[in-house]
Design a protein around this ligand. Structure first.
Ligand SMILES: [Zn+2]
Ligand SMILES: [Zn+2]
Length: 138
């Protein structure tokens, strides 16, 4: 889908965005920070260049979840929208779950397999990486 445009947003509609073209990657993250921020066992992310993502109304409110990273969310309804970090300059992760058609962006890997909850089992054959960046394959 090289020229496709996908739309998404938060639960209340205050945050709406468009993403253009294919993501650089899409993956589940099992890290404890994503888990806590999303209150979910694992989070599916699509990674884009910043210029592929356009926020149509307001931008997400950002929270410094660590010294290196900021998580963007809707201040009204709390939906997690985005993630940026010093170690991925110029790039922005978007939660696939906030997209209007999450089926359009299937994950192709699992990150932070080392932090995966013991009762979380995905029945896919995707590569599983111990951490992120994915230097090691589990
Ligand atoms: Zn909202
Ligand atoms: Zn994570």
């Amino acid at each position: 889908m090289p020229n496709s445009v996908l739309e998404g947003g938060c639960q209340c509609g205050a945050i709406r965005y468009q993403v253009s073209g294919s993501p650089l990657g899409a993956a589940f993250c099992h890290c404890s920070m994503c888990r806590k921020a999303n209150a979910a066992p694992a989070v599916a992310w699509a990674l884009y260049k910043e210029d592929q993502v356009r926020f149509l109304h307001e931008r997400p409110t950002e929270y410094h979840s660590s010294t290196d990273a900021k998580r963007g969310f809707c201040p009204r309804c709390g939906t997690q929208i985005s993630f940026v970090a010093n170690y991925i300059p110029g790039l922005i992760d978007i939660t696939i779950g906030s997209m209007d058609d999450p089926n359009a962006v299937p994950p192709t890997a699992h990150y932070w397999e080392s932090k995966r909850l013991s009762w979380v089992h995905f029945a896919d054959q995707l590569p599983r990486y111990v951490a992120f960046p994915p230097h090691e394959i589990s």
